[in-house]
Design a binder for this molecule. Structure first.
Ligand code: PEP
Ligand code: MN
Length: 274
């Protein structure tokens, strides 16, 4: 099923699911561009005590609507009970897929193993994981996430989507979270996982998100490149409840991002997931 997501793999949509109207507007844009997976997170870990997402109860109908529109819904979940509730609520006994990811600031080995196990038992589930926020012993911790999900949870490495979102404690060169493209691609190569780039959380501002997409999606490490993008796009940016500075409009996506991922790049000559 991961083989059918296209090359490069694009996951796009708002940072947070906010309302049915916002979801409907996003579905139209995502479908028009034949993007397979729509992100719209129903839980939002926050730095300060503030709105932390629409939640599981109200969020499930929104994710279900994405699924009924023929797209794969994708959300962060905070623990294994939440993961099970969301899968039951959105998919029930139906065919179809859902992507659940573990966020950068919520890496713990029990959850990693349990989510890996859940996906091993239910192949409708696509598991994603961000890298950890801290850069100390970056390679060990980044690979440790993979080890817990795959060795601990039993998931095949080729089914795991890792997402590079930069490191929070470097904050250099104007990045919100400083990337290490070389390390992320080394890990892809060493481990055989799928590696996406998250230019939204690395960039932090519109200009920088565009720059990071260009920089990261043309970065090559010994012939290894990123498999695709997870990017935040809001249908009505000024009304966004989270990450307002970094969410693109669909017009910005068409103008700046699509040409990088679709035309005249290494993706034309190289098969990203090989
Ligand atoms: C997100 O993808 O919206 C998010 C909260 O990202 P991260 O876990 O990388 O901070
Ligand atoms: Mn976000």
């Amino acid at each position: 099923m991961i083989e059918n997501l296209g090359k490069p793999i694009i996951i796009a949509g708002p940072c947070a699911a906010e309302s049915m109207q916002q979801i409907e507007a996003s579905i139209r844009e995502v479908k028009a561009r034949e993007i397979p997976i729509m992100r719209a997170s129903i839980v939002k870990p926050r730095t300060e005590n503030s709105w932390d997402g629409i939640g599981v109860e109200e969020g499930i109908p929104l994710l279900k609507r994405i699924k009924e529109a023929g797209l794969i819904p994708a959300t962060e979940v905070l623990d294994i009970d939440e993961a099970k509730k969301v899968i039951d609520g959105v998919l029930g006994q139906d065919d179809g897929n859902i992507m659940l990811w573990i966020g950068a600031r919520n890496q713990n080995h029990r959850f990693q193993r349990n989510l890996g196990r859940l996906a091993t038992e239910d192949n409708r589930l696509i598991v994603g994981a961000k890298n950890q926020i801290w850069s100390g012993e970056a390679e060990r911790h980044f690979k440790g996430i993979i080890s817990h999900i795959c060795d601990g949870g039993g998931l095949e490495r080729s089914r795991l989507i890792m997402i590079h979102r930069g490191f929070c404690d470097r904050n250099t060169n104007g990045y919100r979270n400083t990337p290490d493209y070389d390390l992320a691609l080394k890990i892809k190569d060493d481990e055989g996982v799928i590696m996406l780039l998250d230019p939204s959380h690395i960039g932090g501002t519109i200009e920088k998100v565009i720059e990071v997409t260009r920089e990261g999606m043309t970065f090559e490490r010994q012939g290894v490149i990123f498999d695709g993008l997870m990017i935040e796009i809001h249908p009505d940016r000024n009304a966004a409840k989270t990450d307002i500075k970094q969410q693109l409009t669909w017009r910005e996506y068409d103008e700046h991002i699509e040409p990088i991922v679709k035309g005249g790049t290494i993706y034309e000559t190289k098969s990203a997931a090989d």
